[in-house]
Ligand binder design. Structure first.
Ligand SMILES: Nc1ncnc2c1ncn2[C@@H]1O[C@H](COP(=O)(O)OP(=O)(O)OP(=O)(O)O)[C@@H](O)[C@H]1O
Ligand SMILES: [Mg+2]
Length: 242
């Protein structure tokens, strides 16, 4: 049974590509309203985990319980719409920056307030680019458009895959401030990052993923300052060879 405070519960989840097992999580709960950070070396399975949490792919084994219900074949459209992911390499629509933020809402027939979109554009430093075709933007601008598009949906679960990887320090701060706003509103956030300092700044708990397995998951300060597993210590010290 999932604890009532769990939005997600992963049970014996396995994910294979061909005959390669890339994810193997015996048990993991993601609590409502928490920010869970997933750190781990390149190829350890962070993005794969986020794709499963977004129901884009079904795990090849085990199950994911979402909001008390096992997510099998029949994840309803309504459930899918509660979960939004900002991908590591986001794709933008061939439309203006503003239209990229509002298009999904139109498709979902969600009423949106123009001023709210204006506020979001401004908070992301995109207000002057609102009318610009999004495909002409820089990598960091595209990243912020994708982030704004995700926030416009007001998701219950926000999955962020390296959301600040292409950003300069000022824009990292803009994005992190917006993440904090969502935390204050109770959004459940799963954040995959290479940046240990970002985990420290934002996450209630942090998990270390190695070769598709969770080595350790703990309150962020404990995982970063007093890890129990020697592999976590090695990873944090940069001693791990991968
Ligand atoms: N669609 C796919 N088909 C085959 N293999 C895949 C696929 N997607 C991911 N993989 C493999 O699964 C493993 C985990 O990939 P994943 O993208 O989840 O890692 P990651 O932790 O997000 O890495 P990074 O930090 O570089 O983003 C990698 O070895 C990758 O090559
Ligand atoms: Mg990744």
């Amino acid at each position: 049974m999932a604890a009532p405070d769990a939005l997600y519960r992963l049970e014996a989840v396995r994910h294979q590509y061909g005959d390669r097992l890339v994810l193997q999580i015996d048990e993991l709960e993601i609590k409502r309203g928490e920010t869970l950070c997933v750190i781990g070396p390149s190829g350890s399975g962070k993005s794969t985990l986020l794709r499963l949490l977004q129901f884009l792919e079904r795990p090849t084994g085990g199950r994911i319980v979402y909001d008390g219900f096992p997510a099998g074949d029949g994840v309803s459209l309504e459930t899918r719409r509660q979960v939004t992911c900002v991908f590591q390499r986001p794709v933008v629509l061939d439309r203006s920056v503003r239209a990229n933020l509002t298009y999904g809402l139109r498709v979902r027939r969600v009423h949106h307030d123009r001023r709210e979109v204006d506020r979001l554009l401004e908070a992301l430093g995109l207000d002057r680019l609102a009318a610009t075709p999004a495909r002409t933007l820089s990598g960091g601008e595209i990243q912020r458009v994708a982030f704004g598009r995700a926030l416009a949906f007001n998701p219950k679960a926000l999955l962020l895959d390296e959301p600040t990887a292409n950003l300069d320090p000022r824009n990292v701060r803009l994005v992190e401030d917006l993440i904090r706003d969502r935390q204050a509103q109770g959004t459940t956030i799963v954040l995959a990052t290479h940046q240990i300092f970002q985990a420290r700044r934002l996450a209630n708990r942090t998990a270390l993923l190695l070769d598709g397995q969770i080595v350790e998951v703990a309150p962020t300060a404990i995982l970063l300052d007093a890890p129990r597993d020697p592999r976590t210590r090695a990873f944090l010290n940069g001693d791990m060879i991968y």
